[in-house]
Design a binder for this molecule. Structure first.
Ligand code: COA
Ligand code: ZN
Length: 298
């Protein structure tokens, strides 16, 4: 990967929408994804194949996949919590699958009704299935820094989960700060340990901005050599099963900061305010990263 290129993986249509009070219709979700593709995002997580009773906002995942026609060069990924989700996603044409084991027992129970061991084994099985059909597997490690139920997470556990996912064939490991509890020092520390164990090119990070530290955490990750980040348009986001999980790092803030620092993302910044407006009007709530007002006026 070019040293100065940073890959922004937009996760608004999934992480961003899954916990909103107002549910966005499938047709509006397709429109949102099309707008994001048009703004040149290199990757978008478009939905999750979960039980709609557990996450009503993600109902219609197959419809979303069917509705996406011209995805250009964009890497379209979907989240799959279990084998059933993987099979449904595969059958609807998905090519990139994200599994989401969490680093603690209780978070896995709350999120996907599995123990820690079951979550790791199930994720590895899905990754192996994915690789057997020559498709791409992304492995999240949720609550990689801190769990809302069990507190601070031991780095060794995160490393051992990541190693198992990699051994199963994962193409990418994403360290997720699900509740926004990481800080630049803890981000550097965990990434350093990961890079000691495996190739940094497969590592990516996912920050929530609960304590206004997401951009600072990105800087810490950049300094360690990380060049791939998740973020959500408008700062949408939160996990329905992780109390205290506020919005994700806002994509427009991330893209703007990277541009000002001289990194190339290819994302068309000028198109972002209109996408934030679209989400605001669909969700009937006010959104936007810190720099939206400035971008609107410049
Ligand atoms: N997609 C759709 N439906 C699913 C499913 C999937 N991936 N996995 C299971 N189901 C359905 C089953 O068919 C069954 O349906 P029924 O009640 O009509 O018979 C029901 O869900 C229960 O099945 P079971 O295998 O016992 O699942 P569970 O109750 O243990 O729930 C999950 C497991 C993963 C499906 C559920 O916890 C879930 O959807 N969690 C969402 C996690 C999430 O999105 N978190 C935020 C992102 S990290
Ligand atoms: Zn998240």
């Amino acid at each position: 990967m070019n040293k100065d290129y940073v890959f922004i993986n937009e996760v608004g249509p999934r992480d961003g929408l899954q916990n909103q009070k107002t549910i966005m219709s499938s047709s509006a979700r397709i429109k949102l994804i099309e707008k994001l593709i048009d703004a040149n995002f290199p990757g978008i997580e478009v939905t999750s194949f979960v039980n709609p009773k557990a996450v009503p906002a993600m109902e219609g995942a197959a419809e979303i996949m069917k509705g996406l026609q011209d995805t250009k060069e964009c890497e379209i990924s979907v989240l799959v919590p279990n084998l059933k989700g993987f099979e449904l996603a595969r059958d609807s044409g998905a090519k990139v699958f994200s599994v989401v084991p969490a680093a603690t027992e209780i978070m896995n129970q709350k999120n996907i009704n599995m123990s820690l061991d079951e979550a790791i084994n199930s994720s590895c099985e899905i990754i192996k299935e994915t690789k057997s059909i020559k498709l791409k597997a992304r492995g999240y490690v949720a609550v990689a820094w801190e769990c809302p139920f069990e507190g601070k997470v031991d780095k060794k556990i995160v490393l051992s989960i990541a190693e198992k996912l990699i051994l199963a064939g994962a193409d990418e490991i994403i360290l997720a700060d699900t509740i926004g509890a990481a800080n630049p020092a803890s981000v550097s520390a965990l990434i350093k340990e990961c890079i000691n164990e495996f190739n940094q090119d497969i590592l990516s990070v996912h920050f929530h901005d609960t304590r206004a530290l997401a951009l600072a955490n990105v800087c810490a990750a950049l300094a360690e050599g990380i060049r791939k980040f998740d973020s959500c348009i408008g700062g949408l986001g939160g996990c329905p099963f992780a109390p205290g999980a506020a919005g994700n790092l806002a994509t427009e803030d991330l893209a703007n900061m990277l541009k000002q620092m001289g990194y190339e993302t290819n994302v068309n910044l000028e198109k972002l305010p209109e996408i934030v407006d679209f989400c605001e009007s669909e969700l009937r709530t006010s959104l936007g990263g810190r720099m939206t007002a400035w971008l609107n006026n410049s």
